[in-house]
Write a protein that binds this ligand. Structure first.
Ligand code: ZN
Length: 203
């Protein structure tokens, strides 16, 4: 399986990194080895001095699909969750400045936290989901899916024109503002509609 990640999907986050607003979704992939095993601590890798948390709504693909029309995209997923796209920001900034791919800064081992899955039918409107990330019990990121530049179904349509989606693939739908550095002994917890779906300790 693969993790398909969307960058720059919330205007407030685009501003905080001084990025340009894209004409199309920014897409990158993390390998399946990036998934942090459940209940495991996150160890800051030695190749970076600046790992940022990016809390994101996740969507799990349930069947194979290619060139999916946005109006049928809802039939390709039943479950949503919340996770973290850990990013070695110092390395990413260096790679970006050289015009090089981001994979080393985004796809390293443990860089993808995947929370518990929730049936989408539990929510009345997937385009109005509140979510937040707490660091040491203080809210550091807060978002709502209504603020996405591209909604979940549009993202599925877009990415499936490039990558065949397969059962079990996970889409990371982008982060709102408030990304920040993590340090050893930090404790992160993510909530979707008031329900905690993951927690992770930083080492
Ligand atoms: Zn991200």
């Amino acid at each position: 399986m693969k993790l398909i990640c969307i960058g720059r999907n919330y205007t407030d986050h685009i501003k905080e990194l001084a990025n340009e607003r894209p004409n199309d979704p920014v897409v990158f992939i993390k390998p399946d080895s990036a998934i942090l095993p459940k209940e495991q601590d996150f160890y800051i890798p030695e190749f970076t001095n600046e790992v940022h948390h990016e809390v994101e709504v996740l969507v799990k693909i349930k069947k194979v699909g290619k060139h999916i029309d946005a109006k049928f995209a809802a039939s390709y997923y039943d479950e949503v969750s919340l996770g973290i796209d850990f990013t070695a920001r110092d390395l990413q900034t260096e790679l970006k400045s050289k015009g090089l791919p981001w994979e080393k800064a985004k796809g390293f081992d443990g860089s993808a936290v995947v929370g518990n899955w929730v049936e989408k039918s539990k929510f009345s409107d997937l385009n109005n989901l509140e979510f937040s990330l707490k660091k040491n019990d203080v809210v550091v990121q807060h978002g709502n899916t209504s603020l996405m530049l591209w909604k979940i179904d549009e993202l599925i349509a877009y990415v499936s024109t490039f990558f065949m989606l397969k059962k079990g693939d996970i889409i990371f739908t982008g982060t709102p503002a408030g990304v920040g550095k993590v340090a050893p002994n930090d404790y992160l917890a993510g909530e979707l509609q008031g329900q905690q779906l993951f927690s992770v300790k930083i080492k």
